[in-house]
Ligand binder design. Structure first.
Ligand SMILES: [Fe+2]
Length: 261
């Protein structure tokens, strides 16, 4: 398995506190069946700034330690980048880290309580520059939960989304869990990842989340998410099914109509 979203690099954000904990997280991932981990430290979220060179340097060091430990896991570079004014300009200048540095897929994180004004335009501009934005954990965004039409619009415009494994397992509450399930049901999700910050509670629980997806939505969706994770680190195009609008309070017949018409 591939884990696309982790805070596994030591002492640079609210994730791993030191090398020991980073290695412990790698071990936990390896035990879960993960062979590839993308390190995605926070960047420009108002608290943390982690520049690409620093991330790449720490990634090399961690891979070295992993090798010394004899673990069969590889860490790749990434960055969880919050929306900010110079996002597209910096992306074009090559100052931001795309997934596995392939210049194709890039994390675009929103504040937890809202979808920023101009997000539609930003998604358009990112694509115009030749990149594909991936919105992490939309299920935990309060604005998207209250106004799921906004998520539909973002996906319709070409953004991809990544659900957090723990949300599907109910670790972030009932609302995040049920919204995650709706997001999958309505073709608004394209991948899952752990977003692991530490071992244990905010640790790596990918296999369990995949099992739950398999149980609820079937093996096709599980394989689709797994294949997408692979395509993302290799910089290949992914296939997306057309999304549907989640319209709360309109009942099941409305949903059926949306799916059929
Ligand atoms: Fe994260």
């Amino acid at each position: 398995m591939i884990d696309l979203h982790t805070h596994i690099l030591p002492a640079i954000d609210d994730g791993s506190k030191d090398w020991d904990e980073s290695l412990e997280m790698v071990r936990e991932g390896a035990n879960d069946g993960i062979k590839t981990i993308v390190a995605t430290p926070h960047h420009m979220n108002g608290v943390y700034k982690n520049e690409r060179n620093e991330i790449i340097e720490l990634m090399f060091q961690l891979n070295h330690l992993i090798k010394e430990e004899g673990l069969d896991v590889k860490v790749l570079p990434g960055q969880e980048i919050r929306v900010y004014e110079q996002f597209v300009a910096d992306l074009k200048k090559g100052r931001l880290l795309t997934f596995n540095d392939r210049h194709k897929y890039v994390f675009l994180e929103f504040p937890y309580d809202r979808v920023p004004v101009g997000a539609d335009q930003l998604i358009f501009d990112i694509q115009l520059a030749g990149y594909v934005p991936i919105i992490p954990h939309p299920e935990r965004n309060h604005d998207l939960r209250d106004n799921p039409i906004k998520l539909y619009n973002l996906v319709k415009r070409g953004a991809l989304t990544q659900l957090t494994a723990g949300s599907l397992l109910g670790l972030f509450g009932k609302e995040a869990k049920s919204f995650s399930e709706e997001i999958i049901e309505y073709n608004l999700a394209h991948m899952i990842a752990s977003d692991a910050h530490h071992v244990g509670k905010r640790g790596v629980k990918l296999s369990e989340a995949y099992q739950s997806i398999n149980k609820m939505f079937g093996s096709q969706i599980e394989s689709y998410f797994k294949e997408n994770a692979n395509s993302i680190i290799e910089g290949r195009d992914i296939y997306t099914d057309p999304p549907y609008k989640i319209e709360h309070n309109k009942g099941f017949f409305h949903f059926l109509k949306e799916k059929i018409l």
